[in-house]
Design a protein around this ligand. Structure first.
Ligand code: ATP
Ligand code: MG
Length: 402
């Protein structure tokens, strides 16, 4: 029996004249994943992408393909369906055969039909009644409730074929990955920044990541953890280039010359300067961080104002209005939580002040910064950069590039 995956468009249905640009990005994403898994045909028609196995191996890997489809931004609903000829003599027995073992014992069902082919001889209620009746005959344990079913069986009569399924799931939502331009995600090893990256990817942003390390105060393990997080995020975007910059010298200078209460803030302003340079070098039009208002001393409104003053591009903070437990829910759902809680240090936790300023004054920060040779420090840190690329479908080895 032919089984296909139907992926139904979300927001891009509303895109008017630009729809085809979004469609081609979406199709490319699905094709990239399909190629890594097996021999599939991927095509679109009527605001749906059809993914169909072309040989037995692909048929056997359809579970894995379906799992991939759930990670594609741009789909509102996804399901697996039996495909067949548009003829009731074929549809009815096919529906019984396909669904007989898929419906839980005693389930409360409803059958629903939709025709986009208005020439089909039966009306939607007639199709639903006929298919529903045949299924009930084959499975007398099932019950019917048109208002509150546990499972909705759907028969879709489309232009070329009919499709039968029970259990359309929510898709990943959002808009196609990379359709909104590129941003630079400040990726620490924490819980929040991978979630921030995911949230912006969902809104179509392609992501480069920037990680600041402070070797030997931060370890190789801390860096590997961040690269693992980047790899986990490639589930949603295919590839991430992680830029790494060393802050060791900057942090030592701040420690030696500045007032302790200002350590973190001054450091974060350096980070923003370097992030802006990295964004500009790599075609990123925005910076993305995992900050959440008031979560820690460096995330009070005055602290954010002081940090943002050093950014030369817009800073997106998708977690700004989320509680920690809400961020954790998403971190678990996207698969980054377990890595994030590994106990390695971050450069922000090196030389942390005992009483960080929560209401810093810019004039005072600037006075502290005047004790440093900022331009030389930035130049030095900038020259320390290197990059590591992570791909979704590449096991093990990362690619190191200068
Ligand atoms: P997270 O859980 O994302 O680490 P956090 O609650 O620990 O966040 P901070 O350490 O204050 O908060 O960091 C705030 C944001 O600054 C992070 O979400 C991240 O975007 C960025 N950031 C912090 N440390 C680093 C780092 N070492 N490299 C790159 N970005 C960083
Ligand atoms: Mg952190």
């Amino acid at each position: 029996m032919r089984e296909v995956i139907l992926c139904k468009y979300g927001e891009i249905i509303l895109k008017g004249a630009n729809k085809s640009t979004f469609e081609s990005i979406l199709l490319k994403d699905v094709k990239r994943r399909a190629k890594a898994i097996g021999n599939y045909s991927v095509r679109y028609m009527q605001s749906t992408v059809y993914v169909e196995p072309l040989d037995e191996d692909a048929e056997d890997s359809i579970d894995e393909m379906f799992e991939q489809i759930r990670h594609v931004f741009g789909f509102a609903g996804v399901c697996r369906a039996a495909a067949c000829e548009k003829d009731m003599d074929v549809i009815v027995p096919r529906a019984v055969e396909y669904l007989r073992d898929k419906l839980p014992y005693g389930a409360v069902i409803r059958a629903e039909a939709k025709r986009s082919d208005k020439n089909f001889p039966l009306s939607s209620p007639e199709i639903a009644a006929e298919v529903g009746g045949a299924i009930l005959e084959a499975r007398p344990d099932l019950k019917v409730d048109l208002k509150n079913p546990e499972v909705t069986i759907r028969i879709e009569i489309r232009d070329k074929e009919a499709y039968i399924h029970a259990g359309q799931e929510k898709g990943a939502g959002g808009i196609p990955a990379g359709s909104a331009g590129r941003g630079l995600l400040l990726l620490s090893g924490g819980i929040d920044s991978p979630v921030a990256g995911y949230m912006m990817m969902k809104r179509g942003l392609a992501i480069d990541a920037l990680h600041f390390e402070s070797f030997p105060y931060t370890s190789e393990l801390a860096r590997e953890k961040v690269l693992t997080l980047a790899k986990e995020l490639t589930e949603y975007c295919g590839r991430i280039c992680v830029h790494v910059i060393s802050l060791t010298k900057i942090q030592e200078e701040i420690r030696d010359k500045c007032e302790e209460d200002y350590f973190t803030l001054i450091l974060r302003r350096f980070m923003m300067r370097l992030a802006t340079m990295c964004a500009e070098e790599n075609g990123c039009l925005a910076i993305v961080t995992g900050e959440s208002l008031g979560q820690v001393a460096s995330q009070t409104l005055p602290a954010i104002v002081a940090t943002e003053a050093e950014a030369g591009v817009p800073v997106f903070r998708p977690c700004i209005g989320l509680d920690k437990d809400e961020i954790v829910v998403t971190a678990r759902q996207i698969g980054t939580f377990d890595t994030s809680i590994l106990p390695y240090e971050d450069c922000c936790t090196v030389f942390t002040p005992r009483h960080p300023k929560t209401r810093p004054e810019i004039a005072k920060i600037e006075a502290e910064e005047a004790k440093l040779d900022r331009e030389a420090l930035i130049k030095d840190a900038w020259e320390s950069r290197y990059r590591v690329v992570r791909y979704q479908f590449e096991n093990g080895g990362a690619n190191y590039e200068r």
